[in-house]
Design a protein around this ligand. Structure first.
Ligand SMILES: Nc1ncnc2c1ncn2[C@@H]1O[C@H](COP(=O)(O)OP(=O)(O)OP(=O)(O)O)[C@@H](O)[C@H]1O
Ligand SMILES: [Mg+2]
Length: 350
């Protein structure tokens, strides 16, 4: 974590001693520390600001211009304030079931691909059921070549794909807007014996009240964005809808799909996504995976019912294994060959 330090150079040593780095880049900083005589260099941003008063005439304009700042008379007094900026480590709460939802306000960004890839990866270790709750455009039945399941009229019975992977395709001939939110949530409640339930959802779930109770009761939301201007810009408005549906910001993970290192930076994506959350939220959503753009590979894989980037998804699963108390050991890395050195570094997980 880095801080912008303006004024007396000795502040930098003090800030470093508190475990923070120094930066001049506002997009890379979590706070600004300035003395009252350097306030003209404070960038325009809403990040936390501490002003060290110098006992001179400059204290007066500093208080006028930044009334919300934290004012102190020596840098040592900001010690506690600085420590308060560090995210609180959340204790792991073990559970015997993790309920996951995909999310995005935009269509076609990769929610269903994410849901399938996660389910496939998780099912190598834990009993997983993948449910299609995207009633407006269900795709999961197509991927697994399964018939729709009219579970609002009869029993909820996921189809067995492998010993550990079960799939519940969406029902057909339903009018999603006529569904009550309890109806869909009752489907989840009736799924017993699974360690992970993954629900794929429709774009803009906020507009679909039948999905709200799912979001209010899920353990993790994987929100999928791509690097297009529209996708990144839309994420700025995600926070109020996710919060209104009862999602805890710490349970939201960002997946960047169709990632290219030449496009919008991960930092900028996180900043846009977190714009609507209050800065004092203990854990803000973070990018957990970068899935490279691979149109042809993805297309072929979809037709063949296969999943790409298995190693990246395996990494994402670690957080879920941790919650379930499932042991995870890193797979042995393949032996290095001379040619590998020249290969391009692939997108990976944070
Ligand atoms: N990383 C990728 N590279 C290239 N193509 C991709 C990638 N991820 C997904 N796709 C393709 O993009 C299309 C949309 O993906 P997907 O169906 O997963 O999105 P979605 O968010 O679920 O869409 P919808 O909102 O319609 O439900 C699919 O054809 C998929 O194969
Ligand atoms: Mg989809």
């Amino acid at each position: 974590m880095r801080v912008i330090a303006l004024g007396n150079p000795s502040y930098k040593d003090f800030i470093n001693q508190q475990g923070f780095g120094i930066t001049l880049d506002p997009s890379d900083a979590v706070a600004i520390i300035s003395d009252s005589s350097s306030i003209q260099n404070i960038p325009v941003t809403d990040m936390p600001l501490a002003i060290i008063l110098t006992g001179s005439i400059s204290d007066w304009p500093a208080k006028q211009k930044h009334p919300d700042a934290f004012f102190v008379s020596s840098v040592e007094e900001i010690k506690e304030w600085l420590q308060g900026l560090k995210p609180i480590e959340q204790p792991i709460v073990y559970t015997d079931r993790v309920f996951i939802l995909t999310h995005s306000n935009k269509g076609g960004v990769g929610k269903t691909s994410t849901a399938i890839a996660l389910a496939e990866a998780l099912s190598r270790k834990v009993k997983t059921v993948l449910c299609d709750f995207d009633y407006t455009a269900p795709d999961i039945g197509t991927f697994y070549n399964l018939k729709p399941q009219n579970y609002f009229e009869s029993q909820v019975q996921p189809a067995r794909i492998t010993d550990n992977l079960y799939v519940l395709p969406a029902p057909k001939n339903i009018i999603p807007t006529s569904l009550k939110e309890n109806q869909v949530y009752n489907v989840v409640q009736s799924l017993s014996g699974y360690q992970v339930i993954i629900g794929d959802t429709s774009p803009a779930p906020w507009d679909k009240p039948y999905l709200h109770k799912l979001f209010a009761n899920c353990d993790l939301v994987y929100s999928v964005v791509d690097q297009s201007l529209f996708s990144v810009d839309e994420t700025k408005r995600f926070a109020p809808t996710l919060l209104a549906m009862g999602v805890n910001p710490g349970d939201i993970k960002i997946i960047v799909n169709r990632y290219s290192p030449r496009q919008t930076s991960v930092k900028a994506i996180e900043q846009a996504f977190c714009a609507g959350f209050k800065r004092n939220v203990s854990t803000l959503p973070k990018v957990v995976a970068l899935i490279p753009e691979d149109w042809e590979g993805q297309l072929k894989a979809t037709y063949q019912g296969k999943v790409l980037n298995k190693d990246i998804w395996e990494d994402v699963c670690k957080d879920i294994y941790k919650r379930l108390g499932v042991e995870y050991s890193e797979p042995e890395p393949p032996p290095k060959r001379l040619l590998d050195i020249f290969k391009r570094k692939k997108a990976s997980v944070f």
